[in-house]
Design a protein around this ligand. Sequence first.
Ligand code: ATP
Ligand code: MG
Length: 341
Amino acid sequence: MTEATTPADETPVLEVRDLEVRFTSGRSTVYAVNDVSFAMRAGETLALVGESGSGKSTIAKAVVGLVGPEAGEVLLRGEAQAGDRTARDRATCGDVQMVFQNPVGSLNPFMTVEANVAEPLRNRGVAKEERRMRVRELLTMVGLDADTLGPRKPGEISGGQAQRVSIARALASEPAVLIADEAVSALDVSVQATVLNVLRRVVDEQDVAMLFISHDLAVVRNVSDTVAVLHMGQLCEIGPTEDVLAAPAHHYTAALRAAVPEPGVPLGDPGMTDADPPSPRIRPAGCSFRDRCLAATDLCGAERPPLTIAGPGRGVACHHPLGGAARTAEPVDVAIEGVLA
Ligand SMILES: Nc1ncnc2c1ncn2[C@@H]1O[C@H](COP(=O)(O)OP(=O)(O)OP(=O)(O)O)[C@@H](O)[C@H]1O
Ligand SMILES: [Mg+2]
């Protein structure tokens, strides 16, 4: 886990600034990501949480360059990136690697495990002998025996093993940013723990910045330094994971937390009404959570709450934050300055 060992003025590895993503087909538009900003440093894990459809994968795709933003920017080491991956230079593409929920589907089924991991090395022109050595190192790093599993095809290994192969393959490009989109969700709990340990080691030892997408708060608590909570494409709250989950400032974070039963703690107030989430096809005017929020007022429908400081390194976008979070008159770019200061 990161401590504040990096100098405060060091450029973030990844920065997402005022990102807007829309999907339009015919006359219908889905407002998938609305004005989201955050930044990450090497060796840091930032978790994106939020219910299904909140825009987590879309943010990941925008970072990788698989969907182009309507507005806003993705910066890698301070350099603004083209929205379209094909317009980015090859080295930069290798800098951001993604691990998906379905590992078997993301590997080439006709190639051996070794060949799958070796492919990015070959693409980078790494010579055969060195490639062989690197593949062994990478497989060992993710806790797999190269002699036994290397010659097999993806269909001949377990889901947990395949997920570790896909992590090894992603690491072969020596990425600065690793995106794990529900990468452990399909695995059973004991395998999940193994893969999470691998990911944590990668972040610590390779100084990778990890964007960890999950709807499982227990896993998020376990793996991330910072958590960003999304609702209908809006950033509700961001800050140190322990602090945010221990004392949410946003009502949606509180509701998400209340939905996760903790051993020995009685189920509390769900923290939200039973209203359906609003349609993603309507551009949210005020707070996207207002219809489901027990604390909503007219102001919440009229004005979208800006992200404001809610404690050390914390930001909340709420007109009536929980715990009397301090409000500043000026909206502050907490995601970029506060969290990383
Ligand atoms: N290619 C697309 N075309 C149209 N709409 C899309 C497309 N991709 C995503 N969306 C819509 O954008 C919104 C955000 O989707 P996204 O996949 O980012 O959510 P998510 O938070 O990753 O959800 P989940 O937890 O289910 O994976 C949803 O309303 C979704 O239906
Ligand atoms: Mg998703």
